[in-house]
Ligand binder design. Sequence first.
Ligand SMILES: [Zn+2]
Length: 304
Amino acid sequence: MTVLALDIGGTKFAVARVDADGTFLDRAEHPIGQSPTATLRGLVADFAGPGLTGVGIGSAGPIDTAAGAVSPINIPRWRDFPLVSTVRRFVPGVPVSLAGDAQCMALGEWWRGGHTCSSLLGIVVSTGVGGGLIIDGRPWTGRTGNAGHIGHVIVDRDGEPCVCGARGCLETIAGGPSMVRWALAKGWTSPGTGRPDARALAAAARGNAPIPLAAFRRAADALATAILNAAAVLDVHDIVIGGGVAAAGGLLLDPLRDAIAARAGMSYLRDLHLSVTTLDRDAGLYGAAALALIESGEPLRRAS
Ligand SMILES: [Zn+2]
């Protein structure tokens, strides 16, 4: 059984042919270019062939899983773009499934990340903060396909307005640009030229600059609140963090572990297993492959 996994990112598309054991048979990635639809058609044509039993797609959001449509923020030519029906036309007769990129990251981690619990919360801390849930071995996407969206858990009800329309969402504190904005407002000046980003903030924090360090502690504190709230409701044990801001490693993870340990109440929240993704960018491709395998009725065999 061979499935095609597609990862629709903001700047490039990745594709892999994956078998039921999670082995990548071949793979490629391509910048989106001027015509995203033509790029996609070319990639699928190169990899589709006889014996393909399904296509799984993880896409940057917002997405509408009921309509099979996506509107990735960094792909302005795709607004309510009918991604599922478009890919179906490229591979007639093959089932096509779609989920959000963070949901695919969580599913990929659950399947191939070496975890053993039946449930897992995956969190992507990047420009935005996304997430995905696996509950009892199944992706839990909810009524509208948005379950797991931990970036919009409210951690400060009097906080900054969020792009979503609410106030004080986790993303307004822990998203990369939000951290940078907060540090700049507190008087941090980036030593580099141009607009500072989360990477520059992390470099400054590694050099023990107090405001950047405080920005990471503040983000970690907000993440701890959201994680403890989610874990209290869901009773998940494995929490896996990925994304560009999480690549700062201990800068974020150490204060996050401390905050969770200091504030966890119920006994089942005191032994949360927090880790950083070991699959990096491939977590999304593994997750997209897993989606297609689930759709075709194939039980997921986890890495031991
Ligand atoms: Zn929000």
